[in-house]
Write a protein that binds this ligand. Structure first.
Ligand code: GDP
Ligand code: GDP
Length: 463
């Protein structure tokens, strides 16, 4: 059984845009049952491995008189009644309007499940509107950009509990297969049902970067006090200098690679020491923040440490610091993004967040990026969804036939998380070119929305 999502909200907030994105090319069915107006559109929606029905209440003009207001209310109420969950959309660029309050009221009274979304949240213009959305008292808003496809993963996460209630997760129709999974993998299959990482300890975060990038300043800003400047407390060993804090309410342990360096007196040793400290911190961490200095980004040392974090399989967020003194921000950001893609292709898709450790600007975005990277790092894609996806990928771009020998990719499964690792069963594992593996990895990243984490892919023969 599948669930139904109704997108409600005043005209022009972006409901249709989201509807179209969820429904894609699958024909949007115009609801033409007798007695039902054409104002409700219904479609078959797809979001990663979720399948559901989506109803759009678009098609209304901006309300100008009472009769329309009444119509809009009735239409919304009907959509709410038809739906298992409502996505209430506001425009983050405009903020909360009186019209929005009317909708909020209807939803509070009538809807079983409400997901609040602030759309048009791309860029800075939406920040205030997202914050305002909290005032509606309908829970934490999701920042969406229906037009740019941002925030869809958060929508996915919000929908998971609903989907699970309706047993809509895809395992049921997993293809029959005679593939032998190892015991470990078979056990892993059971975890498909676990949507979010369960965390029993503080999230372990390391801040790494070259000397003077601003690591101490950043950590102090997060801690909200000058704890680092006092240096490591007695009794704390070199290997485990970490600080326990709640960052925006999330328990974290932040591994400091700067405090130790501050103690080092010999200038020449600074670089070496800092890299060594970085290595240690990376090993401890779940999420690594690679802190760059906007003035001198992507230096050799930065690249080494970022590459190390990737090879160690950590979730990675790149933060560009000292943004407060940057003058040509737009241009600079473009440059940085280009340099990032060119110099660190192995971290493709990792978030690049501009911050000022000094003023604290951008820290909330950094926090969100850390949380998201952590979530993605723990992501588990159900086997059925993977195999549907694989079929599509093979059709779109079949594997090559080296020396006339056709490589058959038969089946795939996710063998591990932290970071996500996938096994593809195939006929000639050693003949699959790297470029084809990269095609699959890039596709996984894109189609299952997994930025900010390394993705491992293994080809395995069957015997
Ligand atoms: P609806 O009336 O609520 O269904 O809104 P539409 O989907 O028709 O969107 C209204 C306008 O907002 C259109 O011009 C869209 O292109 C624009 N829009 C929709 N989503 C976004 C978004 O995420 N960002 C921005 N900047 N514009 C958007
Ligand atoms: P670390 O060696 O990576 O720990 O770097 P520090 O935190 O000691 O910072 C190095 C220098 O950069 C100090 O003079 C800081 O005041 C300065 N700094 C750090 N963050 C910022 C920032 O966001 N903006 C500006 N303008 N300066 C910063």
């Amino acid at each position: 059984m599948s669930f139904t999502l109704a997108i409600v909200g005043r005209p022009n907030v972006g409901k249709s845009t989201l509807f179209n994105r969820l429904v894609g090319k699958r024909l949007a069915l115009v609801d033409d049952q007798p007695g039902v107006t054409r104002d409700l559109r219904e479609g078959a929606a797809k979001l990663a491995d979720l399948r559901f029905t989506v109803i759009d209440t678009a098609g209304l003009e901006e309300v100008t008189d009472d009769s329309l207001q009444g119509r809009m209310r009735r239409l919304t109420e009907r959509a709410v009644d038809m739906a298992d969950v409502c996505l209430f959309m506001i425009d983050a660029r405009v903020g909360v309007t009186p019209s929005d309050l009317v909708f909020a009221d209807i939803l509070r009274k009538r809807a079983a499940n409400v997901i609040l979304a602030a759309n048009k949240a791309e860029g800075k213009a939406g920040v205030a509107g997202v914050l305002e959305a909290y005032s509606l008292g309908l829970g934490d808003p999701i920042s969406l950009s229906a037009e740019h496809g941002e925030g869809l993963h958060d929508l996915y996460t919000a929908l998971l509990p609903i989907a699970e209630k309706f047993e809509e997760r895809a395992e049921e129709d997993a293809p029959e297969t005679d593939v032998d999974l190892t015991e470990e993998e078979a056990e892993d299959e059971d975890f498909d049902a676990i949507p979010m990482p369960t965390r029993t300890k503080p999230l372990q975060v390391a801040v790494v970067g070259r000397p003077n990038a601003g690591k101490s300043t950043l950590i102090n800003q997060i801690l909200g006090e000058d704890r680092l400047l006092t240096g490591p407390e007695a009794g704390i060993t070199r290997d485990a200098i970490s600080l326990r804090t709640d960052w925006n309410g999330v328990p974290m342990r932040i591994f400091d690679t700067a405090g130790m360096r501050k103690k080092a007196k010999v200038q020449e040793k600074l670089e070496k020491l800092s890299v060594a400290d970085g290595l240690r911190a990376v090993k401890f961490a779940e999420v690594v923040i690679v802190l760059l200095d906007a003035e001198i980004p992507f230096e050799q040392q930065d690249l080494r440490i970022a590459d190390l974090a990737e090879r160690e399989g950590r979730a990675v967020v790149v933060a560009v610091n000292k943004w407060d003194i940057e003058e040509n921000r737009q241009e600079k950001l473009k440059e940085l993004k280009e340099a990032f893609e060119r110099l660190l292709p192995q971290l493709r898709g990792a978030p690049l967040i501009t911050v000022s450790a000094k003023t604290g600007r951008g820290l909330d975005r950094l926090h969100d990026a850390v949380m998201r990277a952590y979530e993605v790092w723990n992501r588990r894609v159900p086997t059925a969804a993977l195999n549907r996806w694989l079929t599509g990928m093979l059709e779109q771009h079949p594997p090559p036939a080296p020396q006339g020998k056709r490589i058959k990719l038969r089946y795939m499964t996710q063998a591990k998380t932290r970071p996500p690792g996938f096994v593809v069963m195939c006929s000639h594992p050693d003949k699959v070119p790297d470029s084809y593996s990269r095609y699959l990895v890039n596709g996984l990243r894109l189609d299952f929305d997994m930025p900010g984490t390394p993705i491992r892919l293994w080809m395995r023969g069957q015997n």
